[in-house]
Design a protein around this ligand. Structure first.
Ligand code: MRU
Length: 364
């Protein structure tokens, strides 16, 4: 997508063809900084400390981490220790394990001498594949937005609420939840996005809003608690969110607060869609609430907020009293029964085992 006039992805190979460059998302929207990752440790820190984040981008970054590892030592032992080191960086997004498994599956059968080239090639393919998956989801989601637009007067906009950042910054390009929104905007459907701020890290306020500004998509930032009210007053036509892990039953794990939006949407008969590429489906898990590990992050993310001060610098300020402890579960699970449909690269699935298997029969 565009940053200023320039087309940019979230991750690319450095000029030395060995290191990896990323947009360091910790500084957005105030500063656009690029960071270079030269070692597996750099990659692990970038994922854990959320320089990069979003399930698909975490996966592709880890794949490049494995490629860097192979450029240092292509032994089986190093491959396995890298797999473990990167896998433990963030526990919830299944795309991380999926990408590491994909790298292992590609590399293990090869002689050591071929592993470095093969690893960089496969990581680049995973990046390109992510873009294509998102484009396809965009096309399927566009059809849903068209249906809603067709029921409105020509000058009325389609109001879409989204949570967290499931935009191009969370993927290699286009995004998952935002892919249909960008597609609709491109074909001239008047879309307007309600952007949930998404405490504690404010991915909506900082990242989704930044994307919308750069792409010229009309949007309004709201506090997390405003969505239910807007839904009760007919101001939301549909909800589209992303996911970090979706179970074989269609339960959806996503950024904390997603479940509350689904409840409010259900109570107000508003369609609630989840956009996901197939690598986000964990076919080994059925009951999302019982089985998906929920990442517990630092309480500092709750007790402090980061922003630009009046002098233009980026500062963290404490918002709660010293001595107050804070809990910070980073994700929640929305049960399949609250979900209108799962927008995948193969079409829109009913959120159920049968619905998913209809689109992915090879998983039977
Ligand atoms: O903690 P984050 O910022 O990595 O969480 C990201 C999300 O919850 C996204 O909605 C999810 O990864 C889907 S991204 C296309």
């Amino acid at each position: 997508m565009k940053v200023g006039a320039r087309h940019t992805r979230t991750i690319w190979l450095g000029v030395d063809q060995r290191s990896v460059e990323i947009i360091d998302q910790r500084w957005l929207p105030h500063e656009f900084r690029i960071a270079t990752l030269r070692s597996v440790d750099d990659v692990a820190i970038a994922i854990q400390d959320m320089w990069v984040r979003g399930a698909p981008l975490i996966g592709v970054t880890a794949a490049y981490g494995m490629a860097i590892a192979m450029s240092v030592d292509a032994s089986d032992e190093h491959l396995e220790s890298t797999w473990i080191k990167l896998h433990q960086t963030r526990p919830t997004a299944i795309n991380l394990k999926w990408a590491l498994d994909e790298m292992r599956r590609t590399l293990l059968p090869l002689p050591h001498a071929q592993r470095q080239v093969a690893a960089y090639t496969r990581a680049a393919e995973l990046a390109d594949e992510d873009v294509e998956l998102n484009r396809s989801m965009g096309r399927h989601g566009l059809a849903l937005i068209r249906e809603i637009a067709a029921r409105k007067k020509p000058d009325e906009r389609v109001n879409i609420l989204t949570h967290c950042n499931a935009g191009w910054l969370a993927t290699v390009d286009y995004g998952t939840a935002t892919a249909p929104i960008y597609a609709a905007h491109e074909v001239g459907i008047p879309v307007h996005v309600y952007v949930d701020e998404t405490r504690p890290r404010n991915q909506g306020a900082q990242l989704t809003a930044w994307e919308m500004v750069n792409h010229g998509v009309p949007h309004t930032l709201i506090v997390d608690n405003a969505g239910g009210h807007l839904m009760q007053h007919g101001q939301v036509d549909m909800v589209i969110v992303g996911t970090d892990r979706t179970t074989a039953n269609g339960d959806v794990c996503n950024k904390i607060g997603t479940y509350l939006k689904a409840l409010a949407a259900h109570d107000n008969a508003i369609p609630f869609y989840v956009a996901l590429p197939s690598p986000t489906i964990d076919w080994t898990v059925r009951d999302g609430i019982k089985e998906i590990p929920i990442e517990d992050r630092s309480s500092d993310e709750v007790t402090y907020v980061q922003g630009r001060n009046i002098d233009g610098g980026i500062t963290k300020v404490r918002i709660s009293p010293d001595g107050t402890s804070a809990a910070n579960p980073a994700f929640d699970v929305t049960p399949a029964r609250l979900i209108t449909g799962l927008i995948t690269e193969r079409g829109v699935a009913v959120a159920s085992p049968e619905g998913l298997l209809k689109l992915f029969p090879e998983r039977k």
